[in-house]
Write a protein that binds this ligand. Structure first.
Ligand SMILES: Nc1ncnc2c1ncn2[C@@H]1O[C@H](COP(=O)(O)OP(=O)(O)OP(=O)(O)O)[C@@H](O)[C@H]1O
Ligand SMILES: [Zn+2]
Ligand SMILES: [Zn+2]
Length: 804
């Protein structure tokens, strides 16, 4: 007897353990650990992952495995171990960890159907039921679940004429196409061709074409080449001259793109010094973590690529993480240009099917390198030689849903397993990483010079309060406006950046000050001009815009804040001759729009690129000589201990977009808080000074990297329940954690109500707490029942990045 221990697809506390199933004899030699299976679970069928195969079980009666989903394991030993580690470090369920490592297409889709037991039973069905099965023997449950016929169907099921069948399918599908080849040896085929009557000219052509291409070709291509119709091909198929077969093909999002092949550039002395230790570590299989701190435009990407070259030469694989890569098509181009078809690209802009295909290329070892956003860290390579995380300070490397992992931690786990280096790169390293480099935990590599030897662009900070005082009510300072005009005259390009985070267009009454809020969340609604609607960006609620104040009926209700649309309108008024490309969520939602807009700008079809966060990084356009930041400090007001760090990073990144090539660049930063050190020091490009100051503040207030942080958020539709539960949790923690640990709370979350649920939180700052996860697990266990009922929610974020 062989038994499989299976983790089933039900993310709850009670089912978060392996269940034993009997392996039917025919599969004893087929089934392997890491494969997916379909198993009966209660009345249903579920998908599950085999995590162990053993020879006996402590349970007497075992249900057999229903079906094997995979031909080869989709999770190897390393990834299974990583899954376990994720459950311990992020407190997620096993099933969530496994699913996070695979493309969404592989998640199971469950369907329920009603089947006619056999056609003989049709005659016995109740007269009202019969029409449903008149021409078919299966009806989907969905079709009848909310109809009056259901009770009757249930009776038929009891009588044994109908049965309920559960189906488990994959969300994504493999794409296939017809492939044809000759079914006969060449000589015989030639003979056949000559024997065909003259009317069958197209059939002759098909044979001739296939004779010249003995390995066969896609039917589509064959018909295109010969101009034959599919009926000609069908005729030959029936005569047995050709064979047809469905072959699997990949959806390639870059299919129609030509990538210009690039060669490694001779490295500068500084680059050479940075790459040496990385190459050394690749060659000697040494696990080491490098922090490559290099100013914008210092040639970090070139160093990555040459290090990857070495990894590939060693016959190994590499993973490169880039933040939100769909947002930087230029980056894809650089890697595709250098490594061609050896690269798989994984990012959020791809369709579910495309992501699945890229994943399978990796799984089948058809590629050696993956460039992708956060989840690409789970690429199923088995011989990793290096992991690179570009822009390592980016918050998007932290996943904000279960499992709440940080890609940097996963990278280090995997690199330790494979005994290979991790390279973290940034012009503005996260405080945590730079502190580790200072302590020697990471090895620091520095690139101080820009490639073009021109130095970084000069930065001017403009105090917008002064502008207002001197009568300028426009959103552009006089300096910025003059410079924009100047670029326009010189035929150079400008980038205008609007920091949207923490700054949205809200609606306020000028008479009574009433702000229109979401009725379900404690947050103001955002004005969307195109649709003329107000929307909640948290829960999706929307309503038509108001022309009168709902509170005092005044007509002086106005839209506040500066959205990109508003900036665009103002530009059209002030600089009507300027050609503007706007890039924000609205203009880039269509597939490929992002890339196309950037292409337009790169081709010189616009003078000004106006956008949000998505234009802050990665862009490298030679004609950009001016960068304007419209509202530098909006983020500083957010209740987030990283607000200063994020502001500093963003300003440095944006400034780095100017003057990257021949022409020198200039930057204008507009702000209401010019004296804030994050603005002041970003303007001087003084990362080290910023690091010193910010570290002092973190130490003073007990934040990372001096303390670890955990955030517990409790939410409930009833305010009193949310408060009471948080109080109990806080008290429990006070009793069970060490006295040096700081437990703050309960307090209302910054967004105190979301989706009609009240939210309370408790923040924990600790240095050493060996029993921490255990204590947290006890808490969750204690509330298990209430959570299962759906009223109460408790989220625990170890190492939180979102404080709201
Ligand atoms: N050794 C070299 N010789 C000549 N040109 C180089 C070399 N290395 C890099 N470059 C060029 O210099 C420019 C900046 O380099 P790169 O984009 O790699 O810098 P980066 O540090 O990754 O920039 P950022 O962090 O700002 O995106 C690019 O156009 C690149 O092709
Ligand atoms: Zn009012
Ligand atoms: Zn809402």
């Amino acid at each position: 007897m062989k038994v499989a221990a299976v983790i089933v697809d039900v993310p709850t506390r009670q089912t978060d353990r392996p269940f034993d199933y009997l392996i039917p004899e025919k599969w004893e030699n087929v089934l392997q650990v890491g494969m997916r299976v379909t198993v009966p679970f209660g009345p249903r069928l579920l998908q599950g992952f085999v995590i162990e195969i053993k020879t006996h079980s402590e349970f007497k009666t075992l249900k057999p495995i229903q079906e094997i989903v995979d031909v080869t394991p989709v999770l190897n030993e390393e990834l299974l171990g990583l899954g376990k580690w994720l459950t311990e470090t992020t407190l997620c369920f096993m099933i969530s960890a496994f699913q996070a490592m695979l493309p969404a297409a592989m998640k199971a889709k469950y369907e329920k159907e009603i089947h006619l037991v056999s056609s003989e039973h049709r005659a016995y069905l109740h007269a009202d039921v019969q029409p449903f099965f008149a021409h078919r023997s299966v009806i989907p449950w969905k079709e009848i679940e909310n109809t009056d016929i259901l009770p009757l169907l249930q009776k038929e099921i009891q009588k044994g004429h109908l049965e309920v069948v559960y189906r488990v399918k994959e969300k994504g599908t493999k794409k296939t196409m017809k492939y044809v080849a000759l079914a006969l040896p060449a000589e015989e085929a030639k003979e056949m061709m000559n024997k065909l009557p003259t009317q069958a000219a197209k059939q002759k052509e098909i044979i001739a074409c296939l004779l010249s291409c003995p390995e066969g070709m896609l039917l589509k291509d064959l018909l295109e080449l010969t101009g034959a119709s599919s009926s000609s091909a069908k005729a030959l198929l029936n005569k047995g001259v050709i064979v047809e077969q469905e072959i699997e093909i990949y959806r390639d999002p870059y299919e129609h793109r030509e990538f210009v092949k690039t060669e490694p550039l001779p490295l500068t002395e500084e680059q050479q010094r940075a790459i040496e230790p990385i190459l050394e570590s690749v060659r000697t299989n040494k696990h080491e973590i490098f922090l490559m701190y290099g100013v914008t435009g210092s040639g970090k990407t070139e160093v990555y690529m040459q290090a990857i070259d070495e990894v590939l030469k060693q016959g190994k694989e590499a993973i490169v993480l880039v933040p939100e890569i769909s947002l930087t098509p230029q980056m894809v181009e650089r890697f595709k240009g250098r490594f061609g078809s050896q690269v798989a690209v994984l990012h959020s802009g791809l369709s579910v099917g495309e992501k699945y295909d890229e994943w399978r290329k990796i799984h089948r070892k058809e590629v050696k390198l993956v460039v992708g956003a956060r989840s690409a860290i789970f690429a199923p390579f088995e011989n990793i030689g290096m992991i690179i995380i570009d822009e390592e300070h980016e918050a998007s490397y932290k996943q904000e849903e279960n499992p709440r992992y940080h890609a940097r931690d996963v990278a280090i786990y995997r690199a330790r397993f494979h005994q290979c280096p991790v390279v973290l790169g940034s012009a503005t390293p996260s405080l945590e990483s730079f502190a580790r480099a200072q302590k020697g935990v990471y090895r620091l590599l520095t690139l101080k010079k820009r490639m073009n030897e021109k130095g970084l662009p000069s930065v001017e900070v403009v105090d917008m309060r002064e502008e207002l005082r001197s009568g300028n009510r426009s959103m552009f300072s006089r300096i910025l406006f003059d410079k924009l005009k100047d670029r326009l005259e010189r035929g150079e390009q400008s980038v205008l950046f609007l920091n949207r985070r923490g700054y949205s267009t809200f609606v306020m009454c000028r008479d009574c000050g009433y702000v229109i809020n979401c009725p379900h969340c404690d947050i103001s609604l955002t004005y969307h001009r195109v649709q003329q609607r107000l929307k909640c960006h948290y829960c999706g609620y929307e309503e038509p815009i108001a022309y009168r104040c709902p509170s005092c009926q005044s007509e002086h209700i106005r839209f506040f804040g500066t959205g990109t649309q508003k900036v665009e309108e103002e530009l059209a008024k002030l600089l009507p001759e300027a050609r503007v490309i706007r890039m924000d969520v609205d203009t880039t939602s269509r597939k490929g729009a992002h890339e196309q807009l950037l292409h337009e700008f790169g081709a010189g079809n616009a003078d000004i690129l106006l956008g949000t966060q998505m234009i802050a990084k990665g862009l490298d356009f030679p004609k950009v000589t001016l960068v304007g930041v419209l509202a530098a400090d909006t983020m500083l007001r957010l209740p987030d201990f990283r607000a200063s760090e994020k502001t500093f990073q963003l300003l440095t990144q944006v400034s780095g977009r100017a003057g990257r090539h021949e022409l020198p660049g200039e930057v204008v930063i507009q702000t209401y808080t010019p004296e804030h050190y994050s603005v002041e020091l970003a303007a001087k490009y003084d990362y080290e000074m910023f690091y010193q100051r910010e570290m002092r503040i973190r130490k003073l207030h007990g934040y990372p990297p001096f303390y670890y942080l955990a955030l517990i958020t409790v939410s409930h539709p009833e305010l009193t329940k949310a408060v009471a539960t948080t109080e109990k949790i806080t008290a429990h923690l006070r009793n069970h954690l060490s006295s040096e640990t700081m437990i703050l709370g309960p307090v209302a979350s910054p967004i105190a109500r979301l989706n009609d649920r009240y939210r309370y939180q408790c923040m924990i700052k600790y240095k050493r707490e060996p029993k921490f996860t255990e204590t947290l697990k006890t808490i969750v266990d204690h509330y298990q029942q209430e959570i299962a009922q759906g009223q109460l929610q408790i989220t625990i974020d170890l190492n939180p990045y979102m404080m709201m």
